[in-house]
Design a protein around this ligand. Sequence first.
Ligand SMILES: *Cc1c(COP(=O)(O)O)cnc(C)c1O
Length: 374
Amino acid sequence: MITKELHTSNRILMGPGPSDAHPKVLQAMATPLIGHLDPEFVEIMDEVKEMVQQTFITKNNLTFVVSAPGSAGMETCLVNLIEPGDEVIIGVNGVFGGRMSEIAERCGAKVHRIEKQWGTVVTTADVKAALEKCPKPKLLALVHAETSTGALQPLQEISDLIHNAGGLLMVDAVTSYCGVELQVDEWNIDAIYTGTQKCLSAPPGLSPVSFSERAIKVLDERKTKVQSWFLDLTLVKNYWAGSKRAYHHTAPVSSIFALRESLRLVLEEGLENRWKRHQEVHQVLKTKLENLGFKYLVEEQYRLPNLNSVYLPEGNDEALIRRKLLDEYNIEVGGGLGDFAGKIWRIGIMGESCTLNHVNMLISALEDMKEFKS
Ligand SMILES: *Cc1c(COP(=O)(O)O)cnc(C)c1O
């Protein structure tokens, strides 16, 4: 029988998420529960919706929070927009593009994958070539910030290409949201999802999403039922529609409290200040890492500031050093995925974990550790 109280070490989170949470966010999570249909909670959901619109920089009315992690936001976008037999184009330059493509296939779509080497991005030429093979796609899906590689995908020009072809632009913004510039309306993004545990610095488990008028039209014109009951927007949207509130599922009340506080903190700091902070702390981290002999995976122009993918200096056992960082210095960094497993580290400086203190703690720990060879 387990009788010991729950205990975790006081970690410093510098991996690909979750990131450190602000004490006020953790405190919000411990607020006494209220009912999910309580008028006070309805008001909190309305406030959350408004702040999600502000942080996405969108006026989209169909903006709400899926009661499940980022992957469920991904699935929400795809199951609602795709009907069996639809053709879609998906950029695959890392783990998450691969996951989108897997879900789209399960929705019965014919998927045209734009396969790119991991660590690079999808170019306008790639999209033009894909449109030649598939001139009338239902949608094009791209990952704005590919957390498996640290690459930042430019979106603006590609947005015009897909709209001219009559398709929708769907974007994974899980790691870019509240860390780098992201403009949903300005860039004409039709369907977007994100997560809470990356640059927003809230606990994992929720996924803010937003849909444009064009996307709603596609939804309204569906001939078949959405394959998923839980994620069917036609049902769940009423749950987020203020006065019309009707029971759909029981919202994760405590997580919504935490989300509300994290969004409030983002807006208090200001989105642009927050983007700037990530850029500035990244510059310091980059210089210090390069001084120790680390090398970046992604070309400078397409590098994410908040997720630093780096090769270790020659002669280091990455798994051993990563483990010692965790066990002896309480610092978590991420290992590589796929082809990069055992080769790179993914160092996150996201939200509350994006401070000079974090950079100094990591660099000092490496300098102190006798197994690390710079
Ligand atoms: C983390 C992440 C996801 C998945 O989010 P979960 O909350 O782990 O389900 C999806 N896409 C990207 C780019 C991510 O970084």
